[in-house]
Design a protein around this ligand. Structure first.
Ligand code: FE
Length: 133
């Protein structure tokens, strides 16, 4: 990907809300069921709250019942990076924004067709842009 974003953590701290900083830069997790996009069903795109990179389409969003916004595929394969994560005594795969390296959530192999994947993403890491037609 072109135009990767690199900023000091101090700069990120200034550019993000404390809540965003904790999740996006410190790999925190928002509590389940309270995120602003958990039950959000409008048509549009979800971009990175850190850098605006287009991450997910509403067309790939589904209700996983887990309490976090869930998608079966990223907008483009090139939008995200995947990284093994063994923190908190679990073997998981972390999902990061490919442009700014921000933490988005994790991906699991229990999603619906056609991919069988569940990208479990923090609302805090996302910003919604409504489709205007
Ligand atoms: Fe980003």
């Amino acid at each position: 990907m072109k135009n990767k974003i690199k900023k000091s953590e101090d700069k990120w701290k200034k550019n993000l809300t404390p809540e965003e900083f904790l999740v996006i830069r410190k790999k925190g997790t928002e509590p389940p069921f309270i995120g602003k996009y958990v039950h959000h069903t409008k048509q549009g795109t979800y971009v990175c709250a850190g850098c605006g990179n287009i991450l997910f389409s509403s067309e790939a969003k589904f209700d996983s019942g887990t309490g976090w916004p869930s998608f079966f595929t990223p907008f483009l394969a090139d939008a995200v990076d995947l990284k093994p994560d063994s923190s908190h005594g679990m073997k998981r795969t972390e999902v990061l924004c490919k442009r700014c390296g921000g933490h988005l959530g994790h991906v699991f192999a229990d999603g619906p067709a056609p991919t069988g994947l569940r990208y479990c993403i923090n609302s805090v890491s996302l910003r919604f842009i409504e489709k205007k037609d």
